[in-house]
Design a protein around this ligand. Structure first.
Ligand code: PLP
Length: 356
């Protein structure tokens, strides 16, 4: 009997994705170590809210926990779940605190450390059984936190406070506000029993030892953001968005490119279409301003960024072809200066189509 070979081609499990977001974990760890060193006698923790500033909280926590970071800060209670398998629950402080009884019961059951931001939250936490928690004192940002005037309230005496926090409104600027907040934070520390104290975010660390307490809470600078000049030499870029060329075309002189014809070719040009658009967080403010990097070459964005695509000039790298990968020029301080977006926005904007 003839032996008929059966040829079965298995479909691939995943389609090709023309976007990727590279997280340089060596740079991330380098930045945390630098911030930990700059925190002096205090230990640096890590703000990993908003999915690790958009870069993937699990990857970030894994890398930093491996480097010795022991304290993590999230905003929403629901951000804790993916991290519970990576670090002990009592090392995760939830900055928004318990929003209602359900939230308080969840934090209690999971063993998280809620940050208590009001007398009402203090009561919610005690009603849920209480236990170790943090306290946020508002020293002038007027956002979340127990007002200085409420610090004598007896409900706070029922709390078992690990970290007494406050948060600086203007740490990234010169001016009197940080000093005023620091003095109020010192005053709060002398009124409310607590184990440890914390005030500084990334920029606050650079204000000096008076701002360090026992624990600092950097976020932005971990991820490559440079909020103040003093940090410029210390911080390495962490996030590198990349996009593949999905079409190469030749454009004749006088032809326009993209929506509303905002760019007209001054000469015959070779251009590339990349699969990156404003739906991916590459907002229209990059139109005519941004660039992709191919080795040493900078390939400028031509015309408008559209939802799923951006057109770039390939003149400097005519060898590039469909399927080739380019790195988005996304160094945060320069990108912020160019677009007017904050470095925080640039990180957290990167869309869900980037596999993380
Ligand atoms: C987000 C946040 C931080 C981190 O701030 P960066 O400016 O990103 O370093 C620290 N503390 C609190 C309370 C925060 O909300």
């Amino acid at each position: 009997m003839a032996n008929h070979a059966i040829s079965v081609t298995m479909p691939p499990e995943q389609p090709f994705c023309p976007l990727r977001l590279t997280l340089d974990s060596d740079a991330l760890v380098h930045n945390w170590r630098a911030l930990d060193r700059l925190s002096g006698a205090a230990k640096a923790g890590a703000a990993v809210k908003a999915d690790g500033y958009g870069l993937g909280a699990q990857r970030v926590v894994q890398a930093l926990a491996g480097a010795g970071c022991a304290e993590f800060f999230i905003a929403h209670m629901a951000e804790a779940a993916p991290l519970l398998e990576l670090v002990p629950a009592n090392r995760i402080a939830v900055l928004h605190g318990p929003l209602n009884a359900q939230d308080a019961a969840y934090a209690k059951a999971a063993g998280l450390r809620p940050v208590i931001n009001s007398l009402r939250q203090a009561q919610l936490w005690l009603d849920a059984g209480g236990g170790r928690c943090d306290l946020m004192v508002d020293t002038g940002i007027n956002r979340l936190g127990v007002p200085m005037a409420d610090l004598g309230d007896p409900v706070l005496l029922g709390l078992q406070i690990d970290v007494l926090h406050s948060h600086l409104a203007s740490a990234d600027q010169d001016g009197p506000q940080s000093d005023l907040q620091r003095r109020r934070w010192d005053e709060a520390r002398s009124h409310v029993p607590h184990a440890r104290a914390s005030l500084a975010n990334s920029a606050g660390i650079m204000l000096g030892p008076d701002y360090h307490g026992d624990l600092t809470r950097p976020g932005l600078a971990l991820y490559g953001g440079v909020p103040c000049a003093a940090l410029a030499g210390e911080i390495r870029q962490v996030a590198r968005p990349e996009a593949a060329i999905i079409q190469v075309r030749d454009v004749a002189v006088g032809e326009s490119i993209g929506y509303n014809a905002t760019f007209t070719a001054p000469t015959a040009m070779r251009v590339g279409v990349i699969a990156l658009g404003y739906a991916d967080g590459y907002l229209r403010c990059w139109s005519g301003k941004g660039a992709m990097l191919a080795g040493q070459e900078r390939l400028p964005v031509l015309g408008r960024v559209s939802m799923d695509m951006t057109v770039i000039d390939l003149s400097a790298a005519p060898q590039l072809a469909e399927g080739d990968w380019l790195t988005v020029d996304y160094a945060l301080p320069a990108a912020s200066a160019l677009t007017g977006l904050s470095q925080y926005e640039l990180l957290t904007l990167l869309g869900r189509r980037f596999p993380r």
